[in-house]
Design a protein around this ligand. Structure first.
Ligand SMILES: [Zn+2]
Length: 213
């Protein structure tokens, strides 16, 4: 079975180069078409690996793209068309630099539990067990209580998405609208997040989108 190696945001292109060097010592980095071929019953070498980059962080464009292009490599990216269109941040990025203790105060208040119950827990780990609505409520409460500014968008814009699409380097798939943890959502909410993200991304790129992460 081909392996998948997944990246998100990176902060150092030399680190990415070195990582690719290490992967290339043992594996053959293949485009998405090879993965399709395998699941269609075709044969591909055992040491095949496909790279995926989730979320559409700006480093996908500024750091990862130039390196892959220079090396003649392909990868898949999975992005939210809503975040790209609206120039906002996913909830976990928006709250990433919040003070951990103050954030816990807000989590406890929204969940209507005693603060002491959150002792020893990372706020983000707790938020990953909650619904998107709850997390948005927590972030709004934090802003109201502690006056945090809205963070500048950390993701690629529509122009960059179009360039990545035309580059031939990437296979582009959808990744929900708001990046909820789908297991914490109702079926109807999950369906909205998945279906709408495929539809909107397909409209933005004017092509059929048939992959999702
Ligand atoms: Zn993601």
């Amino acid at each position: 079975m081909p392996r998948i190696i997944n990246f998100h945001d990176i902060y150092d292109d030399q680190w990415f180069e070195n990582t690719l060097d290490v992967i290339s010592e043992k594996f053959r980095i293949v485009p998405f078409s090879e993965i399709i071929k395998y699941y269609d019953g075709g044969k591909i070498p055992k040491n095949s690996v496909h790279l995926t980059i989730d979320d559409g962080h700006i480093s996908t464009y500024s750091l990862i793209y130039p390196v892959l292009k220079r090396r003649g490599l392909n990868a898949s990216i999975f992005v939210s068309p809503k975040i790209i269109r609206d120039r906002t941040n996913f909830w976990y990025f928006e709250s990433a630099e919040f003070d951990k203790q103050q954030l816990k105060v807000c989590i406890a208040e929204v969940l209507n539990i005693e603060l002491i119950k959150l002792d020893g827990l990372f706020p983000r780990s707790v938020m990953k067990t909650l619904s998107l609505n709850q997390n948005e409520e927590i972030i709004a409460l934090y802003r109201q209580k502690f006056g945090a500014a809205v963070r500048e968008c950390q993701y690629i814009d529509e122009k960059q998405l179009a360039e990545l699409n035309q580059s031939g380097v990437f296979q582009i798939g959808a990744h929900t609208m708001n990046h909820p943890i789908l297991a914490n959502e109702t079926d109807a909410q999950s369906e909205f997040e998945i279906v709408e993200s495929v539809k909107l991304l397909s409209e933005m790129l004017d092509k059929k989108i048939d992959t999702f992460a």
